[in-house]
Write a protein that binds this ligand. Structure first.
Ligand code: ZN
Length: 136
């Protein structure tokens, strides 16, 4: 597949209100966007670090996969997202190489990106997201 850079790192937090001050006041980053992704039952907050972003994820429902993640593992790094050129090809390529896919086809994610997840069973337990900005 054709990866250009790390698009973002997703971090599970219990509360954006409690987490954001660390990123802003200690690290000096600016939260430039807060967005609810109803589909994934999360509220997200974004920070830019160079061309990579940090995506904080707060569950908006106990049914959210983020709520389940926090329950099992606590707050912390949840996934790494790679920017790819040609997300459909990247998924087909991964599948062909025996990687289990969570999303067989791309779906809409935060910030208007097309996203798809690879299963941690196939990725050394690192939940891996592929994303592509089709509006570019
Ligand atoms: Zn993500």
């Amino acid at each position: 597949m054709d990866i250009s850079h790390i698009e973002h790192i997703g971090i599970a937090v219990k509360s954006l209100d409690e987490a954001i001050p660390y990123w802003e006041n200690v690290l000096g980053l600016k939260c430039y966007n807060i967005e609810e992704v109803a589909d994934q039952k999360v509220k997200t907050a974004f920070f830019k670090v160079g061309q990579t972003k940090i995506e904080l994820l707060e569950p908006t429902s106990e049914e959210s996969t983020i709520a389940k993640f926090i329950e099992k593992k606590g707050q912390g790094v949840h996934h790494i997202a790679f920017a790819v050129n040609g997300i459909e090809n990247a998924l087909a390529d991964a599948s062909e190489k025996g990687v289990q896919l969570i999303d067989k086809a791309p779906r809409g994610g935060a910030e208007g990106l097309s996203i798809a997840f690879l299963h941690p069973k196939s990725t050394c337990s690192v939940l891996t997201e592929l994303c592509e900005d089709k509006n570019k």
